[in-house]
Design a protein around this ligand. Structure first.
Ligand SMILES: *Cc1c(COP(=O)(O)O)cnc(C)c1O
Length: 488
């Protein structure tokens, strides 16, 4: 089923707006602005509203159902965040206003920085990066700036475990580092022997995700960090999995030097089409001078009569600005709201419930699906989406069949080290009933895989479009699929 476009719905003479009578003198537009041949659809307001509402219903979203997309932490985005971000004082602020006139916005940014410091143990924060991946890029730039500032010019190798998210090697390569892949051991930890062997005086650092993308807390994390530090390297923490650690482990206490947060994962700001991301970066004391600037700080202490004045400061050896203005401020308001609403106790409960929900779901599925690294998981886990006795059913088929059950599929084929990976993250915001319903669907699908595998291989059956050529869809994007025929 292909949706009609607004052009096809167009009917000559139909209008959706009424302009007021002109009450200013008319001026002549340049001739090339006025084009009779410019194809514009003619529609009423209700045509347009129905068209877009209908399109929105073709999409699956978090507000509609369970979304266990591993590594993405698709938790519910509380509506109070939206209400706060829409307050006119925040929504209407302009980044070029004099600081005296935007003190409220600066207080929010300053306090968000302080909260992220307290949660992570870091000494300095930049709110500028627009996403986790940009945070990684910034963090690796800071690592490079640190080594160069010490005249340590030999370091050009970044160590990255083979379970890492693809953005880690991409960020390192963009900075000009060589990437050395470190294998994972049988328990799902970084292989310490291989790590030691790779460590020499050309190592700039390691990028490590903990809990890692298998959903496992690295049992040797302190050793990993010490080995890299002893070689003179720095440790970059990929903080995408902070949801499992809130209020329990502070990454800086483990010895991590620099880390990004994903506000759109851990701190409930919207993902993707729902809004821009935000990837603040935290650093320890020896790196604070390298942070991108400007950074919000108190520029005049207050006293009994006057509150402090907030403004911007530039770190001494800053790598420079990495984003227009001050990052995605609306996301800072939402994350600040989320952290404030939860409080310290609440954040710890978030992590505990995220881990409990994942282990509950894992316990229901692991007898039926193979669990390659059989350990207690953190906030997510990775199964094999493949059965020995039905080798022609793949993780992709299971993912597509889940759509017939009205669930968003888990992340699949990632991490790369698990055969036919299905990476499942229920998050703390799902009820036991929802998790049970998802587990039932997964168990049914496993039964179908044995009894009628074609049901899976031909899924999905109810979606407007069936299976896409995903590579073509990403590489050969057609954003405008219909144009009127040109008049001869
Ligand atoms: C999501 C994610 C990233 C990248 O973050 P974005 O905000 O999507 O750019 C990096 N590493 C891991 C482990 C992730 O899950």
């Amino acid at each position: 089923m292909i949706e009609k476009t607004l052009y096809e719905l167009s009917s000559p003479g139909r209008v959706g707006v009424q302009f007021p009578d002109v009450d200013v003198p008319l001026s002549k537009l340049p001739d090339n602005f006025l084009r009779d041949d410019l194809p514009l659809p003619e529609l009423s307001e209700i045509d347009v509203i129905r068209h877009y509402t209908h399109l929105s219903h073709l999409n699956y979203c978090l507000d509609e159902g369970f979304y266990p997309l591993g590594s993405c932490t698709m938790k519910y985005n509380p509506r109070v965040n939206e209400a706060m971000a829409r307050l006119p004082g925040f929504a209407g602020a302009h980044p070029l206003q004099p600081v005296e006139s935007i003190q409220g916005s600066l207080v929010v940014m300053y306090n968000l920085q302080e909260m992220l410091k307290e949660i992570s143990g870091f000494d300095g924060i930049t709110l500028q990066p627009a996403a986790g991946a940009q945070g990684e890029f910034v963090g690796v730039m800071i690592i490079r700036a640190y080594h160069l500032s010490r005249g340590d010019v030999k370091r050009k190798k970044m160590l990255i475990p083979d379970s890492a998210h693809g953005t880690n090697p991409a960020s390192s390569a963009m900075i000009g580092y060589e990437v050395a892949s470190i294998p994972t051991d049988r328990r799902g930890n970084v292989d310490l022997g291989a790590l030691r062997a790779a460590c020499d005086d050309t190592v700039a650092g390691i990028m490590i995700t903990n809990p890692n993308t298998l959903g496992l807390f690295d049992e040797n994390i302190v050793d990993v960090i010490n080995i890299v530090h002893q070689a003179g390297g720095l440790v970059y923490g990929d903080g995408a999995n902070m949801n499992a650690l809130l209020g329990i482990v502070r990454p800086a206490d483990l010895g991590i030097d620099v880390m990004h947060f994903n506000l759109h994962k851990t701190f409930s700001t919207p993902h993707g089409g729902g809004g821009p991301g935000s990837g603040p970066v935290g650093v320890n004391q020896k790196l604070v001078d390298f942070l991108p600037g400007p950074i919000v700080d108190v520029i005049e202490e207050g006293d009994d009569e006057m509150p402090p004045l907030y403004g911007f400061v530039q770190p001494k050896k800053s790598i420079g600005r990495v984003k227009a203005f001050h990052g995605h401020f609306g996301m800072h308001v939402r994350a600040f709201t989320y952290i404030s609403m939860n409080g310290a106790e609440g954040l710890r409960t978030v992590a505990e419930m995220a881990v409990l929900n994942a282990n509950y779901l894992l316990a229901k599925l692991k007898g039926t699906y193979k669990l390659p690294y059989d350990r207690i998981c953190m906030h997510e886990f990775v199964l094999e989406g493949n059965f020995k006795d039905v080798p022609d059913v793949h993780a992709l088929d299971i993912a597509k069949r889940l759509m017939d059950y009205n669930f968003h599929p888990p992340t699949n084929y990632f991490p790369l080290i698990v055969h036919e990976a299905l990476m499942i993250e229920p998050t703390e915001t799902e009820s036991k009933q929802n998790i049970d319903a998802f587990a039932d669907a997964m168990l049914n699908i496993a039964r179908e895989a044995h009894e009628s595998p074609e049901l899976l291989q031909t899924a999905p059956h109810n979606t407007p479009i069936r299976r896409l050529d995903e590579v073509k869809a990403a590489k050969d994007l057609v954003l405008c699929c219909w144009l009127p025929e040109k008049a001869e």
